[in-house]
Structure formats: C-alpha cells, structure tokens
Design a protein around this ligand. Sequence first.
Ligand code: NI
Ligand code: MN
Length: 225
Amino acid sequence: MKITFLGHATLEIKINEYSIIVDPFISGNPMASEINLDDLKPDFILITHAHQDHTLDVEKLAKQNDSVIVSNFEIVNHFQNKGLKGHPMNHGGKWDFDFGEVKYVNAIHTSTFPDGSNGGQPGGFIISANNKSLYIAGDTALTYDMKLIPLQYKLDLAILPIGDNFTMGYKDAIIASDFLKCNKILGYHFDTFGLIEIDQAKAIDEFKRVKKELIIIKPMEHITI
Ligand code: NI
Ligand code: MN
C-alpha cells in the first residue's frame, strides 16, 4: 500500500491498480494548493464523516471519475441522491472490495453535513490488502473501542488525528497507539487552521521518548507499508 498525504485529513491510497481517496478536502485547503483535483482518479472514495473538511471535493471527484463512494448509510444515501455511485456500510461491518477488505469502525465525533443535514454517525476505516492492515481513525477522540482493533488486526500503520481541539491531540494519540498495539503512527488533521495548530517537533519528540514513531509528512509526500 502506498499512502500519499494530500493535506489535512485527505489521503490517497494505492493498492495494486486501484486508487482510493479518503476524505477529499483539497480545493478549500490553502496548504494543498499545489494539488490539482483533475490529477486524482479515484476508483473509490472513502468518507469517515460528513464535515466539510472531509467531504468538500467528493461530488466533483466522484462525478469526474465515476468513483464508488464508501461510507456510512446516511452519507452514501446523500450522494446517491445526487446521482453518484455508493456502497453503504455501518459500524462494525466489513466488506470485500476489489482492492481489499474494509471495516467501518467506531469514532467519537459528530457528522452533520455543512447544510445541517444528517450525516449519520462518524467512523474510521480498517483497510486490509496484500497482507497489510491500515487503520484510518478519522476525526475522533481517544476511545476504549480502539482496544478492539488489535484483537482482530495486526496493524502495520495507524493514521491518527493529532491536532487537538476537534479531535484527540498527540498526547492522546500516544495512548491510542498503545490501545491499537501499533507503534507506527502517521499524524494528520493538524496545522490546517488556527484551532488545530501544534508544535510538530515536540509531538515527534514525545513519541520518541516512549519508543514510538510519529510520522509527519508534507502534502504530496508518501509512505509505503
Ligand atoms: Ni470532523
Ligand atoms: Mn475534521
């Protein structure tokens, strides 16, 4: 799996010949201004929850690429009503897609669309393919539910929010890493706007002190697991 950070909470995951975009928020993100939406060709778009900083570019991308939208029932329904393709899921459920298995797991957050309509309950994803497993937490607090994940998955990487205020911060992400039994964390959802600014060097240092790895990369940079 090749995981490219596209700013804020947006990711592109390449598995075999498939492109999967998670939570597209590019046109509204000044820190992702060098990324051209037209260059992205997602086969699938995964959405953790309905907030604008996770859904802004879903419609355009899905229309241009005939992508399948994967999210909770309410979010998929919302986009299907606009004529887009979708695969609805709900918490605790998993499905085998062409690129691998996806499980939709719990998150503690909210999930209303920008216009106030119902975006169901927020979630995260566990993606398993080619003998690797990746957890994408979405926007969430630290939650005991994370302890359930390593009962079934040996995670190679966990992508966790570290920006605080709207989600957990990096100190809680260290505890999440314990719960998940995964010491390799890619941080996201920080520094995009004032309320989620962090001291990156300090965050990386605090992980090091407990022999864990916090990876912070710039938009368009990638890691491979
Ligand atoms: Ni949110
Ligand atoms: Mn968010």
